[in-house]
Design a protein around this ligand. Structure first.
Ligand code: PLP
Length: 390
């Protein structure tokens, strides 16, 4: 194996690079999870999580990856045989609706081309046609990590409200929370699903559900089987700074540190940084003469960019060369996009020079792979990074 020097460039769209402060926090000795010190930490954590989700309601911290948090959102609010409306924005939306089916729900899956977000008008049309109100929830992925396309959640909420339909709105923010502007309360979301390993700059292992009053009310009558994922004992124990089981103590130390970092930078500045890096990345891609997969500029993702290669090129080959020559990992094309795209993650603990290095590595890799590109792409991105900003 080639010997490596310096740091590996982990530019997949999550898990993301972990700040040294967070790694140090995680490495602290484990304390008594039923003791007063830990209760104080939990109480502080729960208070500082709210602003990141844009909610004053409960945020449930779950031991598990994002997939576990998907399941918690469904099993706490729905009953066997309920209908849910899901939208095919990409690979992750497809997996979430499959889980809903596995759990015994009937899924109306609105087809999509994996280049657009969920269309508010399609959702409104389906709900308006459901005159007997059998659809109990709408599931939307805010930032489709497989495609680099966002869905306009505030517009979707407005479209749902215009139909007067009472369905719950469940939103996956696994690759947007802490990176892209998001407002659980203001946008009337009922359950926001998140994970630790992307914008929150932690290792994988924590999931989250932010819960509206309406979702809490639904959880009182929902009949899907649940035990470990049940919100109620968690919310109850959290009131005293506790959990009903042994929590992932050291990840929670890391979470407290990551939240302090986000607060110190300020969420508006965090979002602006992600927007700038995404804009610089798209500028490079377009100047190279390649296509950004996202087809609607209102839906560009600020946490990752998916790059579509010409039909005669193999995106996995490009990624392989970049890993081998420059020690950088990029995201693979998932599902039906395998080999057709690669994904550049520019989220989490990241800065201008890290992006410059990332784009330099991508440009050299494309050239080495024999993809015909205009080499002005990197310089065009640097022009953007050089511009003064707030
Ligand atoms: N949803 C989205 C948008 C994701 O990006 C991912 C993972 O990358 C998941 C769900 C699944 O989460 P996990 O792999 O943490 O279980």
């Amino acid at each position: 194996m080639t010997s490596r020097t310096g740091r590996h460039f982990l530019q997949i769209p999550g898990p993301t690079n972990i700040p040294d402060q967070v790694l140090r926090a995680i490495s602290a000795p484990t304390t008594d999870h039923r003791g007063p010190e830990f209760a104080a930490l939990t109480t502080e954590l729960l208070a500082s999580l709210g602003p990141v989700f844009g909610t004053s309601g409960p945020v449930v911290i779950l031991p598990g990856s994002g997939t576990g948090a998907w399941e918690a959102a469904l099993v706490n609010t729905l009953s066997t045989g309920d209908r849910v409306l899901c939208v095919e924005t990409g690979h992750f939306a497809t997996l979430w609706q499959r889980m809903a089916q596995d759990l015994g729900l009937y899924v109306d899956f609105v087809p999509g081309d994996w280049r657009h977000g969920a269309a508010p008008e399609d959702i409104a049309e389906r709900l308006a046609a459901d005159t007997v109100r059998t659809i109990k929830a709408v599931c939307v992925v805010h930032n489709e990590t497989s495609t680099g396309v966002t869905s306009r959640v505030a517009d979707i909420r407005r479209a749902i409200d215009a139909t007067g339909h009472p369905a719950l709105l469940l939103v996956d923010t696994i690759s947007s929370l802490g990176s892209i502007d998001y407002r659980h309360d203001e946008w009337g979301v009922d359950v926001t699903v998140a994970g630790s390993q992307k914008g929150l700059m932690l290792p994988p292992g924590l999931g989250f559900n932010a819960v509206s009053d309406k979702a809490l009310a639904a959880s009182r009558t929902a009949r899907l089987r649940r035990s470990y994922w049940d919100w109620r004992p968690i919310i109850e124990a959290n009131r005293r700074g506790l959990f009903p089981y042994t929590p992932a103590t050291n990840l929670l130390y890391g979470l407290a540190e990551a939240l302090r970092m986000l607060e110190a930078e300020g969420l508006p500045a965090v979002f602006a940084r992600h927007d700038r890096h995404a804009a610089a990345t798209r500028t490079a891609v377009q100047a190279w003469g390649l296509e950004v997969l996202c087809a609607d500029e209102r839906e560009y993702s600020s946490s990752l960019t998916a790059v579509l290669l010409p039909d005669d090129q193999d995106a996995d080959k490009v990624r392989e060369i970049i890993l081998e020559r420059f020690d950088m990992s990029l995201g693979a094309g998932l599902g039906k996009l395998a080999g057709r795209i690669f994904r550049i993650g520019h989220l989490g603990h990241f800065n201008d020079l890290a992006l410059a290095g990332t784009l330099a590595g991508v440009q050299m890799g494309l050239q080495l792979a024999g993809v015909r590109i205009d080499p002005s792409g990197l310089a065009a991105a640097l022009d953007i990074l050089r511009e003064p900003h707030g």
